[in-house]
Design a protein around this ligand. Structure first.
Ligand SMILES: [Zn+2]
Length: 216
């Protein structure tokens, strides 16, 4: 995997301004902390050349897609502040563009989050983590996945996500892996807790497979 983690590939139109205090970040920030504690979002010199990994978002507005997402390269922080989040005010995956406001720029994978939200207005939360256990067991767990030749954060990924939604059976698991993005896993749901529980359930299933192979 030679691809560099964390580089913004879309056209970003960003205005540097604080997020309104009227936006409630408490639930989003709590789940982001849980993901950090589980080492599913973070930053580690041993992984991905030391770049931060993983990001989390919550839909704010359905009619015109708007969502709050963790900022780029915030993976080293155990707990994020308001200045570490960004409001995406407009996203167009086909045109490869994001409009945003905040004291930090949006995650490099904001375009992938946008493409998930655009599939279904009921999706309220998207969590992208890096989880080797789930990723390596994509086929054993029968998970939906995007192909190994599709890189993260690109219109190609947005198209691949659209295709997944046409073909995958989301009744079972609202999660997919990105085989072209090392350890990349995306979960979504009608709430943050639903998306997080999908991830944790898949992690337990992946660990069960690995442990059965090793020692049980
Ligand atoms: Zn990633």
């Amino acid at each position: 995997m030679s691809e560099t983690e964390g580089v913004i590939k879309y056209q970003l139109h960003h205005s540097n301004a604080g997020l309104s205090s009227a936006i409630d970040l408490s639930e989003l920030n709590a789940w982001r902390t849980v993901m950090f504690k589980l080492n599913l979002i973070g930053q580690n010199l041993q992984r991905y050349d030391g770049y931060g990994f993983g990001n989390i978002s919550q839909r704010l507005e359905t009619k015109d897609l708007q969502f709050i997402i963790s900022g780029t390269q915030t993976g080293d922080l155990a707990v994020l502040g308001r200045d570490n989040y960004c409001l995406v005010t407009k996203a167009n995956p086909q045109e490869n563009s994001i409009f945003s406001t905040g004291e930090t720029k949006p995650s490099s994978e904001a375009l992938t989050h946008a493409s998930v939200y655009l599939q279904n207005p009921q999706i309220q939360a998207v969590i992208h983590v890096h989880c080797p256990e789930i990723w390596q067991n994509t086929h054993n767990l029968n998970l939906a996945h995007t192909a190994a030749d599709i890189p993260y954060g690109t219109p190609e990924m947005a198209n691949a996500v659209t295709q997944l939604f046409k073909t995958a059976d989301w009744q079972q698991t609202a999660v997919f892996t990105m085989l072209g993005h090392e350890d990349g896993v995306v979960a979504f749901g009608n709430s943050l807790s639903q998306a997080a529980c999908v991830l944790i359930t898949q992690l337990s299933l992946a660990l069960a497979i690995e442990q059965a192979q090793l020692c049980l």
